[in-house]
Design a protein around this ligand. Structure first.
Ligand SMILES: [Zn+2]
Length: 299
């Protein structure tokens, strides 16, 4: 019991570090794909403490992370298609000082203008932005979430299968189901949601963690959520999971698969927590993975 309480406390402390660490940043970068524009929004700044990287060699961490913390952010993405304004994840919300709504407002976009929301998974830093207290933050939005992800978090019997400190995710799932009701669209990973967007199974971080591949105008952009949290460490060492991964072995398999499928290709990978500018091309050479940041098209 005592040990469990200790783990919960440690998780909370590390999560707070992740939330509050500050890095200088530009809030909005855009990427073009034909007639679609993707805007990366910094919901909140952050950093991944090395203590959450399971089994990482201390000497390696010291050389790869000389500042003692992994640069990272809390990101959401706005997809501007000719017919819809779509959010990928919603960030920390008002409860945890998320800035997505404020940034949309800054762009002249009201909460009622968001017509669709795609969730990569149902951890708090991705779904809290769905709520404004006990109301919907996005009253007009249809919300798309993978079916096994939704079922996991809406069944409290799964509490023992979730990492420590995740009890609030079950409360959120209940509130989500209650508030959004028939506006929730459950899909199976792999399904095509729009002619230019297909869901991609990326389980491990959570039960039904999902990516979204946008293909338009000869460009390929992959919204990859939390398949990876610390670029400099986990790209070179995809075998290293984080304490927030619910199935660490499956998370590792997914990481390797995503890296193998996107490396040395034109696919731009957008992570939920990548550091500035939030998008990369992965490379593979001599069995080793690396990455290059992709410069945005429009600032
Ligand atoms: Zn996250």
């Amino acid at each position: 019991m005592c040990k469990q309480a200790g783990i919960v406390l440690l998780t909370l402390i590390l999560s707070l570090v992740f939330m509050e660490r500050c890095f200088a940043d530009t809030d909005m970068f855009s990427y073009k794909a034909g007639d679609i524009t993707v805007v990366r929004l910094v919901d909140k700044q952050g950093g991944v403490p090395p203590e959450v990287l399971i089994g990482a060699d201390k000497a390696m961490l010291k050389s790869v992370l000389p500042e003692g913390i992994c640069p990272a952010m809390f990101l959401t993405f706005l997809i501007k298609s000719p017919t819809d304004l779509i959010l990928v994840d919603t960030g920390n919300g008002e409860a945890r000082k998320g800035r997505t709504l404020a940034l949309l407002k800054q762009m002249g976009i009201s909460k009622d203008a968001i017509t669709k929301i795609l969730l990569t998974h149902m951890h708090g830093d991705h779904v809290n932005g769905l709520f404004s207290g006990e109301s919907k933050a996005f009253p007009q939005a249809e919300v798309y979430v993978e079916q096994s992800e939704f079922r996991f978090w809406t069944d409290r019997k799964n509490l023992s299968r979730a990492p420590a400190g995740m009890a609030s995710c079950f409360d959120n799932a209940e509130r989500f189901a209650r508030l959004y009701g028939d506006k929730i669209h459950l899909f199976k990973a792999g399904e095509t949601l729009f002619p230019w967007l297909t869901s991609v199974a990326m389980p491990g971080h959570t039960e039904g963690h999902t990516g979204f591949l946008l293909t338009r105008g000869g460009k390929r952009l992959l919204f990859a959520g939390d398949f990876l949290h610390c670029l400099p460490v986990q790209t070179a060492h995809p075998e290293i999971s984080v304490i927030w991964d619910s199935d660490q072995n499956l998370a590792k398999q997914t990481r390797v698969k995503v890296l193998e499928r996107t490396a040395n290709s034109e696919t731009i990978v957008l992570g939920g927590h990548f550091a500035n500018p939030g998008a990369v091309h992965f490379k593979q050479s001599g069995g080793k993975f690396s990455y290059q940041f992709v410069e945005p098209d429009v600032n």
